[in-house]
Design a protein around this ligand. Structure first.
Ligand code: SF4
Length: 282
């Protein structure tokens, strides 16, 4: 073996575990250039398979994401980009336009199979332009992680995309009004139509009411499958509620809802996942 080949082999042995780790954590295949892959294929032909114009590592096919098409994006990226521009420039609610720092469009994977929907941006989200980044958002990120997803794989949005304005001299956040959510809902509806999630999780009563456009009792709907425009909708508690009520039984209720979501998405569920909060929750 030439010195160049030995160097390349050594680099390959270093890179492969890193790539497999990336694939496991991202749950999709890392991408590489055609030239690099051709060179790798010449050395380890059984390690790679060709899939159209791109290639994927085949050592752990069970964790590849089926939701990201290999060839093309079915045009949704351009449509979502246009929609985003329209949403960011929206002026339908003069009072919210006057008080907002910016519109909070939403964040995540345009091909997400799972969409989390909250009620409205709070103060922090309004400042940063991203939903669910405060303490409740950090808890949501933990829940998403426990489901074996990352924030980059799913999509997170709110029914109302501008922070509800506060009376003069008052700080904090207020709940969005039904009329405000009804005005903004067509934007979320268009996002859902383009992203095509397999499941929507509505976080908290206000989000459920905003989506369905009618008064709801959380006790009646939490943990039960509803329907939003043909997409299965799972209502669960808002993470802020869990921060206020830190009992294992309440955490377990939300987790049971997430187990139903994982089952609906046909995701593997480990014994460890099934037993979260179980022993001391009853
Ligand atoms: S809340 Fe929604 S409808 Fe109202 S101005 Fe903001 S983006 Fe537009």
């Amino acid at each position: 073996m030439s010195s160049e080949s030995e160097d390349f082999q050594a680099a390959l042995e270093t890179a492969l575990p890193i790539l497999r780790g990336m694939k496991k954590s991202l749950r999709r295949s890392p991408k590489a250039t055609q030239t690099s892959l051709q060179r790798l294929q010449a050395i380890l032909p059984s390690t790679f398979e060709k899939t159209g114009t791109e290639h994927s590592l085949t050592q752990t096919p069970e964790i590849a994401s089926p939701r990201i098409p290999v060839n093309g994006d079915d045009g949704r990226l351009a449509k979502l980009e246009r929609l985003k521009k329209d949403i960011l420039g929206c002026t339908r609610c003069p009072n919210l336009v006057a008080s907002r720092t910016q519109v909070v469009y939403g964040i995540g994977n345009p091909f997400a199979e799972l969409l989390f929907v909250g009620e409205a941006p709070g103060e922090e989200e309004d400042l940063k332009g991203e939903p669910f980044i405060g303490k409740a958002g950090q808890l949501l990120t933990k829940i998403i992680g426990a489901m074996e997803y990352s924030r980059e794989e799913i999509f997170i949005a709110n029914v109302l995309k501008c922070r509800p304005d506060m009376p003069a001299g008052e700080s904090g956040n207020r709940k969005p009004k039904p009329s405000e959510m009804a005005t903004c809902l067509p934007w979320l509806k268009q996002q859902i139509e383009l992203i095509k999630p397999k499941v929507i999780v509505a976080l908290g009563l206000t989000a459920v009411e905003g989506l369905l456009g009618e008064p709801i009792t959380m006790r009646d709907v939490r943990g039960k499958w509803l329907d939003y425009s043909g997409v299965p909708l799972m209502p669960t508690y808002h993470p802020a509620y869990l921060l206020r009520n830190q009992t294992l039984s309440e955490k377990r209720k939300v987790w049971e809802d997430m187990l139903l979501v994982l089952e609906k998405l046909e995701r593997p569920i480990s014994e460890k996942q099934r037993s979260y909060f179980l022993e001391k929750a009853s």
